[in-house]
Design a protein around this ligand. Sequence first.
Ligand code: AMP
Ligand code: GLY
Length: 424
Amino acid sequence: MKVLVVGGGGREHALVWKIAQSPLVEKVYCAPGNPGTAQLAENVAIPVDQLDKLLAFALENGIALTVVGPEQPLSLGIVDLFEQHGLKVFGPSQKAAFIEGSKAFSKDLMQKYNVPTAAYGVFTDQGEAEAFINRTGAPIVVKADGLAAGKGVIIAQTCEEAIAAVRDMLSGNAFGSAGSRVVIEEFLTGEEASFLVITDGKNVIPLASAQDHKAIFDGDKGPNTGGMGAYSPAPVVTPVIHEIAMQAVIRKTVDGMAAEGRPYRGVLYAGLMVKDGQVKTLEFNARFGDPECQPLLMRMKSDIVPVLMAVADGDLGTLSIEWHDKASVCVVMAAEGYPGEIRKGDVISGLEQAAALEDVYVFHAGTASKDNNCITNGGRVLGVTALGTSVREAIEKAYRAVAAITWPGVQYRKDIGHKAIGRI
Ligand code: AMP
Ligand code: GLY
């Protein structure tokens, strides 16, 4: 069959890489893709928000399965549109993707169905928000309600800072319409984990555990990014925590979404805060995490295509997913300036040397081709991912590959995976 992957980041390169290995697949397309996906698939120059063009392409080219990577086309309703035209597509409907598209919706859902999460309030009025902030005290967390490319969360150390963040959001100066409503919530401490499942709306297959590294600098310092690295498995997700996450978070949420008339099909990603054997839900995403997807798919032993197809068909049945025993680590290499204003166009060297290393795969994200060179073309440029018999070995292999690659202004964290070592 022919498969179309929608997106052009590291997550989509990993999806293309995994899907292309399936004996069921004769050809993979990626829209718009990147120079990495071009090595395994045919890139199609259609941006992810041009749903009509994507639909026309899928219809004209006999695409048997479309797999949607990023949140934007999901929130725009790509799944609904494709299904209306009889196409098979992996991902949640627009109504179901609202669990990521609106933080207020997702918090209200969690409250209604008793899913553990931080205490919160939802506000459109500055005065009421200020009263809540002053009552709660700092540190306190201010979130733009809508999609803000992972940047709409402010951890305010003082009430004044929180009040200013609310003002920026409600006035539309920050995040445009995404900030016209804000969620303000209790600041939680603990260790984060990314808990992803694949569901058809009834049956749930948990994926292996993973942990992201959101802050730009070592030691979780500096502003948040889309994710500077990830690894799997994450020892913070002990068997007990896994069971709590499955029952108290995932089961209740999947059932709750069905009860709300928003049956959830696709990947459901719960961002968890784990502390003292307890779990609280920070957020839901309606898709694979990026970069979590890269180490997860490297560890996935089973063919992913039957699972994606079964979800698109609406019934996972008795399918399950097997995992390699090995650990996997992904180190993100980013452009100068990221997560702020970035520099583009630098020539990347060392890609072949890195690719030649055993158990290493270099997933492309913000890259472009120019004059036979691979150049930087985005904030997160590469996701250098390695498998090892232990997290320690995977870390060593990933950083050996990272050391082979360079460009002017390259930045990456040196401590990806260290929390796992600390726990072993
Ligand atoms: P979100 O997009 O809601 O997951 O927030 C992005 C990041 O902000 C999370 O991964 C956490 O690092 C941090 N964060 C979000 N909510 C809270 C909270 N209530 N307490 C502490 N940190 C938070
Ligand atoms: N790595 C975090 C995310 O994909 O949202």
